[in-house]
Design a protein around this ligand. Structure first.
Ligand SMILES: [Zn+2]
Ligand SMILES: [Zn+2]
Length: 207
């Protein structure tokens, strides 16, 4: 399990992500490692589900973009779940077999990273795209070449509990705002149907 990331994948992922940093490639490798451990390919549809534990507004949140790019679990497909625990971990679930793997970044390595100049500058308010590439490139190289066993802890699950969802292909026009709303998100009141926003407004205005 080498979780190798080729140059083309890295370049495309950096283009998608918007800047060069070490956390996104770390997510790429975590995602790749998860695929290899489950013996599956990157998701084309909703066959895989990724649960990422990064939160918002903290260092290395970019990890989640690497995970999305590597696994094909994306916001639009609805097969990425953000479980904001402020942790650097990914659980990848294969719906068909029910098997899953949780990959978490080793604490000792993350702590070493936090001591680096890169993080001091970031903590001081410098955005990642403004950092000297000469400082960032070696960090990216390190993340890409280090043995996965030095970076991640791995836990396998033979049966991971996950709800089954059917895709909804029906929709109604909201009687409040006239916008289209997917049926399973609409609320019926008598013979009228309302979107969540209109329902909220009605309830809070006492109409
Ligand atoms: Zn980044
Ligand atoms: Zn509405």
């Amino acid at each position: 399990m080498q979780a190798e990331i080729d140059l083309q994948t890295l370049t495309m992922a950096q283009e998608f992500h918007g800047h060069k940093c070490p956390a996104m490639p770390q997510g790429l490798r975590a995602g790749r490692l998860a695929l290899e451990l489950l013996g599956v390919e990157k998701a084309q549809g909703g066959e895989l589900v990724a649960i990422v534990e990064t939160g918002d507004h903290h260092f290395s949140g970019c990890f989640a973009d690497g995970v999305m790019f590597a696994t094909g679990c994306t916001m639009g497909k609805g097969n990425i779940v953000k479980k904001p625990l402020g942790k650097f971990a990914l659980t990848l679930v294969d719906r068909q077999s029910g098997r899953a793997v949780r990959i978490s970044a080793k604490a000792c390595r993350m702590m070493q990273c936090l001591d680096m100049e890169f993080f001091r500058l970031r903590a001081g308010g410098l955005p990642p795209q403004k950092l000297d590439p000469a400082m960032v490139e070696p960090l990216i190289e390190d993340v890409l070449t280090r043995d996965p066993s030095e970076m991640f802890d791995v836990q396998m699950f033979e049966q991971y509990p996950l709800e089954a969802h059917k895709e909804d292909f029906t929709a109604v026009v909201c009687d409040g705002c006239g916008e289209l709303v997917v049926q399973s998100y609409a609320h019926k009141i008598g013979d009228k149907a309302y979107c969540g926003a209109c329902l909220d407004a009605m309830l809070h205005c006492g109409a």
